[in-house]
Write a protein that binds this ligand. Sequence first.
Ligand code: FES
Length: 182
Amino acid sequence: MEIHSQTPNRRGFVAKLITLVLGAVALLVPAAVGIVAFLNPLRQKGRASRFIKLTSLATLPEDGTPRKFPVIADRTDAWNRFPNEPIGAVFLRRVGKDKVRALHVVCPHAGCSIVYDGSSGGGKFFCPCHAASFGLAGERLDKTSPSPRDMDTLEVEIRNGAEVWVKFRDFQTGTSKKVAQA
Ligand code: FES
């Protein structure tokens, strides 16, 4: 008789314990993911936007032909610092005596690298992955373009009269809005 009266109690206790543990796991997993993401130095330092010196005005053709430049910067992850690593690339185009425009080379559609095609007319940008075409200002040339937005512009500063500095950062792909990556 005693055995029959204790079994339901024990079952109830085990069920409560399992519910408690599952509840704790459900709460702790998102919290742990958030803490790891917050503390991960690669996310914080590797992707943060910053002005980087890319070249000098003299290297850019005065006729406005774009030139592609690698973006070199120090990169840091959780354990190491990697000095002078390539972290991306940018098209620079002179549009005035002291005026330069910068476009990110990554296609907003799915992240392929855009190339400059100088063979047609005044030149254009082209993404070889799904054939998206862009004008020299980065605007989509085709109404049915696979790219959901124009090429991503980047802020440019001319410092000390001739140095071209670009505020470099990456953006999310596959969305019509220009959203900087965290
Ligand atoms: S990745 Fe550029 S068009 Fe698809």
